[in-house]
Design a protein around this ligand. Structure first.
Ligand code: 4AD
Ligand code: MG
Length: 502
């Protein structure tokens, strides 16, 4: 086969009415007596390719008949606009070149359990939803760079091997560094502060490691964090920047990833509400809201709605199951799809009803000084339609480097940004303690070894200035924007408790 006009599916519009060649994989295949429909994937998109027995050489028809899911090939044919096609274009096949016929691809269009899919993550990445999520991830990363570069920030990298803890000592990954103890970076922040005093406004963007023993939807042991750090910024300026960045990211995704969001079934109207200003509430106000009547009402409503949902699902499922036996092929297919959805919804409602009493107790008993748990954050955000900024946390529960509120020594000038729809914390940030002696006291109070922080203390010895910064967790942001329930689907190869392969 002569491969001329090689195109990607994304660029097929350039070949409307002409002959072009696509190279890729068989995502799906369907055939009848005289037609074979190949859904081809090339990484940039999906395209329906039609092989018509009447129009191709016998040999091409025969070859097309041997194609299987995930076989690799080149296809040459005529490109025609078709609004019903996934890419907006169809390819009417003239020639085929099979590179490999794939045998028994393990991930079939039927349902698979998530553990099986995680074991096959290296292949699962090819399926449509995973592909869409990774495209959104890429757009978010690019938006982050655009946002900071446009504002004169310099990207500088922090080391991954470090000699000191940045975010507490309980979740450090320890490694052997030529007979010396080293830790994998928990945050680039401390180095970011040094670089901000050299460059004014910087951001680091790199892998981050936390030996989190918790198996939750929000925790990875290896994740990516973007951490801006700015000289001469106070907490308010820091919060303004975080807000602008989140709005910028969401706008970019809404503009450029419409079809990916559609593939993911994301409710776009929820993202369209992400506008300035984000509600800003103090930690004290958050505690009052969480333990007060409005949360009680919210919990009551959730309980009622979940019970109602469960009741109607439990009625519909046996009805559909009974109908299934006599149904014709088309209707059977419909029933199967509906049953799949209903069973997933039933599972979710049951899980919610199991969790609600625990959530209720945790939320309603919150007292000043407590840290918020995952469910507390979820409930808090459910009172609002956009991200919220909670600031002024008790210093006791926050990191050693946070500056205290000059008006209330119990309070740290820290901020968390909580994503809506129950996603919870996606940003943590603060104004930094800039006074040498105060910072030394904090290091001692946190029982940290001052000697490993001597370079960090130099930043307060030589031209200290007020400064602030924050860290945005990339995977939590991807989960929220894509509407994914677990961070394991937001990174190509997740690392979590109990998962090191593939
Ligand atoms: O709140 P954290 O721990 O803040 C810091 O590390 C600061 N040093 C950042 C700074 O001020 N420069 O983490 C920041 C964000 C969290 O809000 C969350 O989005 C994400 O990092 N994150 C995790 N994401 C996935 N898995 C985990 N185990 C995470 N731990 C934190
Ligand atoms: Mg935090």
């Amino acid at each position: 086969m002569t491969a001329e006009n090689i195109s990607t599916i994304q660029n097929l519009h350039q070949f409307d009415g002409q002959t072009a060649t696509l190279q890729g994989w068989v995502q799906n295949i369907r055939s009848s007596k005289s037609l074979i429909f190949v859904i081809m994937r090339d990484g940039s998109g999906l395209c329906q390719c039609i092989v018509s027995k009447a129009d191709v050489a016998d040999e091409v028809w025969e070859q097309a008949g041997t194609l299987t899911q995930e076989s690799s090939l080149r296809i040459k044919g005529n490109i025609r606009k078709d609004d019903r096609s996934v890419s907006g274009y169809e390819l009417h096949v003239q020639e085929l070149e099979i590179i490999q016929i794939a045998q028994d691809y393990p991930i079939t269009p039927k349902e698979h359990g998530v553990e099986f899919l995680m074991e096959n993550r290296h292949l699962w990445l090819r399926s449509q939803r995973q592909w869409a999520a990774m495209r959104v991830r890429n757009r978010i990363i690019f938006a982050i760079h655009e946002f900071f570069q446009q504002q004169g920030f310099v990207q500088l990298d922090a080391p991954i091997f470090t000699g000191n803890a940045a975010e507490g000592t309980t979740n450090l990954f320890e490694t052997d560094y030529f007979d010396q103890k080293a830790y994998l970076s928990q945050s680039g922040q401390l180095y970011g502060e040094a670089m901000a005093l050299a460059h004014g406004k910087i951001y680091t963007f790199g892998p981050t490691f936390r030996a989190e023993k918790s198996k939750t939807r929000r925790h990875l042991t290896e994740f990516w964090m973007v951490e801006p750090e700015m000289a001469f910024y106070d907490l308010k300026m820091n919060m303004d920047l975080a807000e602008d960045m989140v709005v910028f990211i969401v706008e970019a995704v809404l503009r450029d990833c419409r079809s990916e969001l559609e593939t993911l079934g994301r409710d776009i109207t929820k993202l369209e509400q992400v506008k300035k200003p984000f509600p800003r509430i103090t930690y004290t106000e958050a505690v009052e809201l969480l333990s007060g009547d409005k949360t009680k009402e919210l919990l009551d409503t959730m309980e009622r709605e979940n019970k109602q949902a469960l009741e109607s699902i439990s009625k519909e499922i046996p009805e559909l199951e009974a109908e299934h036996g006599q149904a014709k092929k088309g209707r059977k297919f419909q029933i199967d799809r509906r049953l799949k959805l209903l069973r997933a919804q039933r599972e979710e409602a049951e899980e919610n009803l199991r969790n609600l009493p625990v959530w209720r107790k945790s939320a309603l008993e919150t007292k000043w000084g407590d840290d918020f748990g995952g469910s507390d954050e979820t409930l808090l955000t459910m009172h609002f339609d956009r991200p919220i900024m909670v600031h002024g946390y008790p210093a006791e529960i926050k990191a050693f480097y946070m500056k205290r509120d000059p008006n209330d020594d119990r309070v740290a000038l820290g901020v968390d940004v909580l994503a809506p729809e129950g996603y919870g914390e996606m940003i943590g940030g603060a104004q930094r303690e800039d006074d040498l002696e105060t910072l030394r006291t904090r290091i001692a109070e946190h029982e940290l070894d001052e000697s490993v922080f001597s370079w960090y203390l130099d930043l307060r010895r030589f031209g200290t200035v007020p400064h602030s910064g924050f860290g945005l967790g990339l995977e939590r942001t991807v989960a929220w924007i894509c509407g994914l329930s677990h961070v394991r689907e937001t990174i190509p190869f997740p690392r979590m408790l109990g998962r090191l392969t593939p």
